[in-house]
Design a protein around this ligand. Structure first.
Ligand code: PLP
Length: 426
């Protein structure tokens, strides 16, 4: 049985547009096809919408819901904290308890700073790098996303003027001068910039796996090459692990690829859906917050959110979590590849642990440019066909798995993907 329409969601969408800027709480959510679906709740890997339809969820709140919805350990930890109050405006021991868990898992980290969102945490990472080096500019790779701040939202997608520069109307144009844009994987261009006497580069920022633009794994030796260049030039290497942290390995990209940056930015998976973010790294850099570098935030270190972080990290430390992610991610990616081939759709499917990317319309898509050339119109139609068959996915082709998705869920999803391809092509 397929879903023909979503009357309750449509009605909700009409109502919310009258009171809420954009009708849902981010512009990206507003762009979901055929229109945003409104949900009443979720359990495990499934979400139920206002019309009573249930979906296997591969959106997972755009990444953070790594344990699935309503995870008992996470729910219990948050419930235990709730009656104890929302925030104290001073110290409490959960701040250190969760920091200790982070430090134990990510090699090379000695201190943690708590923030609320990835966008805030990348800002403080940049500020620390500037303070530590006395330099101002930073290297950013095209297609990498480090949040929506004026400083960071550059060179991510073609912006309002069609160029790969500023990402938003109203953004400070000076942001263009603060950074140097480089192609992901181009070590030579990075070296030229870092070694130029007047380049003034404080930091190199990267998503160690380019999850936001194609789930492109780093070319062999590239992360180590960045590490060596940063060592040689006294530049701070920042891994933005907002997506990859605690997801593609127990210590994220740091343990998966064996390269230790100076600072790691964390968010999303760290607290299972609650708004927690962090910068972790060397004490010498992070302790600058006691020596003039401002790191502020009313909600930093919020105890409810840290209770969620503690429970999430415990659940992710259970045996076989990452082996299961790998096996199920591979099964999903292989199943998608087989279905796309059977239907004769030129495409690329990338997978790193529990993150999968389908790039329709482009074979061997191994660059940001190839990702941009994907047939989004086709993928949008495919996404709606999957939604009609009870599989909820992100626009743009990225899929996230949670620990709650079973092998049987993946097999069912591959069958739905195949049927949905047939329907899209008919
Ligand atoms: N960095 C990366 C790699 C991200 O994927 C995101 C968000 O998707 C951010 C930073 C910004 O995080 P937030 O949305 O929590 O501000």
């Amino acid at each position: 049985m397929t879903i023909a329409a979503w009357p309750a969601s449509q009605q909700a969408w009409e109502r919310t547009k009258a009171s809420l800027g954009g009708g849902v709480s981010t512009g990206l959510r507003a762009s979901m096809k055929p229109h945003p679906i409104f949900f009443q709740g979720g359990q495990g890997p499934r979400l139920t919408d206002l019309d009573g339809n249930t979906y296997l969820d591969y959106v997972l709140g755009w990444g953070p819901v790594i344990l699935g919805h309503g995870h008992p350990g996470l729910t219990e930890a948050v419930s235990r904290q709730l009656p104890l109050g929302a925030t104290y405006g001073s110290g409490h021991l959960l701040e250190a308890e969760v920091a200790e868990k982070v430090l134990a898992r990510i090699p090379g980290t000695e201190r943690v700073l708590w923030s609320n969102t990835g966008s805030e945490a990348t800002q403080v990472a940049l500020r620390l790098a500037r303070a530590a080096t006395g330099r101002h500019r930073f290297v950013k790779f095209t297609g990498h996303y480090h949040g929506w701040s004026d400083t960071m939202l550059v060179g991510y997608r073609p912006g309002p003027d069609g160029s790969l520069g500023l990402g938003s109307l109203g953004q400070n144009p000076a942001a263009m001068e603060d950074l140097a844009l480089v192609t992901w994987g181009d070590l030579e261009a990075t070296a030229d910039l870092l070694k130029a006497p007047d380049s003034d580069i404080a930091a190199v920022f990267c998503e160690p796996v380019l999850c936001n633009s194609g789930v492109l794994a780093p070319p062999l030796g590239f992360l180590q090459g960045l590490r060596d260049l940063c060592d040689a030039t006294g530049t701070i290497l920042v891994f933005d692990e907002v997506i990859t942290g605690f997801r593609i390995g127990s210590g994220g990209a740091v343990t998966r690829y064996g390269v230790t940056p100076d600072l790691v930015v964390l968010a999303k998976a760290i607290a299972g859906g609650y708004p927690l973010a962090a910068v972790a790294g060397r004490a010498e850099i992070i302790d600058r917050t006691t020596k003039g570098v401002v790191h502020a935030g009313t909600y930093n270190g919020n105890p409810v959110v840290l209770a969620a972080g503690s429970a999430t990290l415990d659940a992710l430390a259970e045996p076989d979590v990452y082996e299961d992610f790998e096996r199920r991610g591979t099964a999903l990616a292989d199943g998608m590849r087989a279905a796309l081939a059977r239907h004769g759709v030129p495409s690329t499917v990338h997978q790193v642990g529990p993150v999968v990317q389908c790039i329709a319309g482009v074979e061997n898509a191994d660059s940001f440019d190839a990702f941009l050339a994907a047939d989004q119109e086709f993928y949008d139609r495919l996404g709606v066909q999957m939604l009609r068959r009870g599989v909820f996915t992100l626009p743009g082709g990225r899929w996230y798995l949670s620990t709650a998705h079973s092998d049987a869920d993946i097999a069912q999803t591959v069958a739905v993907f195949d049927e949905s391809l047939a329907a899209t092509l008919s």
